[in-house]
Ligand binder design. Structure first.
Ligand SMILES: [Zn+2]
Length: 276
């Protein structure tokens, strides 16, 4: 009888702490819920925030460059003590490579002196109130020309980085809409990012929209999902009109395809070959 009670208690305890999904690919986000102040995995600690409709929630990003393998996610109390541990498996996302041909003028663009610092500060914003709800809206209706995580080569040379968002094909001048509710933290014309808008969706989730031709609002205003925030362009390091947008979970770029449905403009080469 006592053993039975122990088993029931252990099951209830495990149910109190949830990680979803337990198996992720590089660049995806784990939803961490439970009665804990924070969570830690692979040296990164995030906060869990109170929710109006359930247990506390935090978003643990799995960086695109995280090593595939077995990890342990720890639930923490306010003092940092471990309350519970859960296993997580990170799988190789098998990101492809893509060569981008850019003109001499574009390849020689230099960032504004404060460009990297300003954008980093916005993407690392973590505020207490949650404005985002699902489902997210697509910022423009076009298909996807470049997915998240692609290793970028510029004119055949490795750029040393990966694609931290997704690109959607779109004609210049088309309105760009907020993917979710939030507060506009950044509206600025940069040299590399081009016309940029950053929105804080709350509780560690931020979206950025780049290469805009024109803006539709100012910093500090509140937006609702679907509000027009600016217009598609090809400003900054861009070869043709398109929208690049990125999603950040606690400062780390994560794959937006976990949050929206979006089809690639053309089927991958392997799928095309199979069809022939
Ligand atoms: Zn892009």
């Amino acid at each position: 009888m006592r053993w039975c009670c122990f088993l029931v208690a252990a099951a209830a305890c495990a149910q109190q702490y949830q990680v979803f999904p337990r198996v992720v690919r590089q660049g995806e986000t784990l939803r961490v819920t439970g009665d804990a102040a924070g969570a830690r995995m692979n040296g990164r600690t995030i906060r869990l925030f109170p929710q109006s409709d359930g247990p506390r929630l935090g978003l643990m990003p799995v960086p695109a460059l995280a090593k595939p393998g077995a990890y342990t996610l720890e639930f923490l109390d306010p003092a940092g003590a471990v309350l519970h541990s859960a296993p997580v498996t990170v799988r190789d996302a098998r990101f492809p490579s893509q060569n981008i041909t850019v003109s001499k003028a574009v390849s020689e663009l230099k960032p504004l002196p404060d460009e990297a610092k300003t954008v980093a500060a916005v993407r690392e914003t973590v505020t207490d109130l949650r404005f985002w709800t699902e489902p997210f809206a697509l910022p423009v209706p076009g298909c996807m020309t470049s997915p998240f995580g692609v290793r970028r080569l510029y004119n055949g040379k490795p750029g040393g980085n990966y694609h931290g968002g997704i690109d959607q094909r779109s004609p210049a001048g088309r309105p760009i809409r907020a993917t979710a509710d939030g507060t506009v933290k950044l509206v600025r014309m940069f040299n590399l990012h081009g016309g940029t808008v950053g929105i804080d969706h709350g509780q560690g989730l931020v979206s950025l929209y780049l290469h805009m031709s024109k803006f539709a609002l100012q910093e500090g205003v509140s937006v609702k999902k679907g509000d027009v925030i600016g217009y598609v362009g090809s400003t900054g390091r861009s070869t043709a009109p398109h929208l690049h947008w990125s999603l950040y979970a606690n400062g780390v770029p994560v794959n937006p395809l976990q949050w929206v449905r979006l089809k690639p403009c053309s089927a991958p080469a392997a799928a095309k070959a199979r069809k022939r």
